[in-house]
Ligand binder design. Structure first.
Ligand code: G3P
Ligand code: MG
Length: 254
């Protein structure tokens, strides 16, 4: 059975990261509280191969740790706080992927997991992540793996072909067919500025979903959806969902 790769139109980027520390358990819970049906997270691995949800290679911006996440053992990472300097979240842990999966499933959300391997670590990072997903993520729940690193996606295709993939790009490339084919991608995730309605339509006609990151301005996000994007990533899912609902009420027959 093919897995479902159709995402809701609003995807909480790093959770509800406008209102809580990005990629934290609080940001993911808050996204669900705000009505988001899908979240995006970034994942890297520790020096001993444990997958953590964290955007940067370095720990300084979002945690009270220092150095490179992939050079730090899980015993140290588990002791960190990841408040990203948000007030009121001082005890936020740096979450393991396993813990995040549990929460995302409990809250009934779809998951876009972005693989963030440091240079030269695409395979080892992808292997650790796929192993957790194969163990913990049910085939019936919606999941897409994405990455800017094509080696990571190609490796995922080889070792865990059943996990759906999305090619992550800036602008939609003119030769998108080659890129999508090389990694066996179902969906394409492009930047807001790189969205092109005509290209998107061609991709969609070929059976692919097209999603745009990161649309933190609601008018921009609504414009992208009106222009044909299948979905948008936002740090402010509750606000965008409310704006879409207001639009729906004002245009009931649109
Ligand atoms: O996955 C979409 C988006 O998250 C890619 O950029 O830097 O926010 O991970 P970044
Ligand atoms: Mg990301």
């Amino acid at each position: 059975m093919d897995r479902n790769t159709t995402f809701p139109t609003v995807i909480a980027h790093r959770g509800a990261s406008g209102s809580a520390p990005e990629n934290s358990l609080s940001a993911l819970s808050l996204a669900a509280d705000q009505g988001a049906k899908a979240v995006e997270i970034d994942v890297n691995i520790s020096s001993d191969g444990i997958a953590y949800v964290h955007h940067d290679e370095r720990l300084e911006r979002c945690t009270d740790g220092t150095g490179l996440l992939h050079e730090t053992p899980s015993t140290q990472l588990d002791a960190l706080h990841a408040s990203a300097e948000f007030e009121g979240f001082e005890n936020e842990p740096l979450p393991r992927l396993e813990t995040v999966i549990q929460l995302v499933l409990q809250r009934g959300m779809a998951l876009n997991l972005e693989i963030k391997p440091p240079r030269g670590r695409a395979h080892i990072t992808t292997e650790a992540i796929c192993s957790v997903l194969e163990d913990k993520w049910p085939a019936s729940a919606t999941l897409v793996l994405s990455s800017f690193d094509q080696d990571a996606l190609k490796h995922a295709m080889q070792i865990a072909p059943a996990l759906p993939r999305a090619l992550l790009v800036g602008p939609i490339p003119t030769d998108w067919q080659a890129g999508m084919h090389a990694v066996g991608a179902s969906n394409l995730h492009c930047s807001v500025k790189g969205f092109d309605a005509v290209q998107a339509r061609v991709l969609q006609d070929a059976g692919h979903g097209v999603y745009c990151y990161t649309a933190n301005n609601d008018d921009t996000a609504i414009g992208l959806l009106d222009a044909g994007a299948d979905g948008v990533f936002t740090d402010w899912p509750g606000r965008l969902l409310a704006a879409l609902e207001a639009q729906r009420r004002s245009r009931p027959h649109a």
